[in-house]
Design a protein around this ligand. Structure first.
Ligand SMILES: [Zn+2]
Ligand SMILES: [Zn+2]
Length: 217
C-alpha cells in the first residue's frame, strides 16, 4: 500500500515478517501487487506464515482520496491424480495409460521367453478390510477401472493388485511376468490464490494460479 505522501507499507518486510493490512486505518493512495519472489516466500515461511512464490505481474490500483477500500486474500490447494512418463517427463490424464508424447507405457517381461509380452494373462486381486482376498478376471481394456468394478461387487471388496502371467508359457510352465515400469500415477498440486480488492464501488478479483511440480504419491 502506498500512502498519499508516497511512502510505502509493504505487507511483507524484506525479512518476511507480515503486516496485517487491517492494522492501518489511515489514508491510502495506491495499492500495488508485487509478485512474491521465491526468496521472500522462504523468509515468510520461516515466520510460520503460508507463502508461495508467485508469477503474477505487478498490478497497480489507484485509490481516489477518501474512497473506502477493503482487501482480502484467500488461498486454495487442489490435488488431482495424474499420470506421468518416466522417459520424457510428460504429465497427462490419469485415465490414459500410454504417454501421449513419447508413447511409453508399462510393459510386461517374461524371463523364460526373454521377451516383452503384449497380451499378458492378468488376474486382478481384490481384498477386503479384513484381509480376505479373491481373484477375478477383468477384460484388458476395463482393467484400469478395476477399483470401480471391485467397489460395485457385493461385499467390501477393493482393488488390491494384479498378477500377470506369460501367455506363451501358460500351458507348459506358468510364469509370472515382471512389470517394466515406465509411467506412474501421482498427485498434481495446484495452488490458487484469490485476491479480492474493493475500492469504493469497484471490485477487483485477481486470481493467481500455480502448478507445482507434481509430487509422487
Ligand atoms: Zn513420455
Ligand atoms: Zn514366457
Amino acid at each position: 500500500m502506498i500512502r498519499p505522501d508516497g511512502t510505502a507499507m509493504p505487507q511483507f518486510e524484506e525479512d518476511g515478517s507480515d503486516h496485517q493490512t487491517g492494522d492501518y486505518g489511515g489514508p491510502v493512495a495506491q495499492i500495488l501487487f508485487l509478485p512474491i519472489s521465491p526468496e521472500l516466500a522462504e523468509k515468510i515461511k520461516s515466520h510460520g506464515d503460508v507463502a508461495e512464490a508467485s508469477g503474477l505481474k505487478p498490478l497497480e490500483f489507484e485509490v481516489p482520496p477518501g474512497a473506502e477500500f477493503k482487501f482480502t486474500r484467500f488461498g486454495m490447494l487442489r490435488l488431482d491424480p495424474v499420470s506421468y512418463c518416466g522417459f520424457c517427463g510428460a504429465v497427462y490424464d490419469y485415465e490414459v495409460d500410454e504417454c501421449p508424447r513419447c508413447l511409453a507405457k508399462n510393459q510386461w517381461y517374461c524371463g523364460k521367453c526373454d521377451a516383452l509380452q503384449k497380451k499378458p494373462i492378468i488376474d486382478t486381486i481384490l481384498a477386503t478390510p479384513d484381509k480376505d482376498q479373491k481373484i477375478i478376471k477383468i477384460v484388458p481394456h476395463l482393467q484400469k477401472w478395476a477399483w470401480r468394478i471391485a467397489e460395485n461387487l457385493p461385499g467390501k471388496w477393493g482393488f488390491y493388485s494384479i498378477q500377470a502371467r506369460c501367455p506363451e508359457c501358460e500351458k507348459t510352465d506358468p510364469r509370472g511376468l515382471k512389470n517394466v515400469e515406465c509411467t506412474g500415477k501421482m498427485q498434481s498440486e495446484e495452488i490458487f490464490t484469490f485476491y479480492d480488492l474493493q475500492i469504493g464501488s469497484e471490485r477487483h478479483r485477481i486470481l493467481d494460479y500455480k502448478l507445482n511440480k507434481p509430487i509422487s504419491g
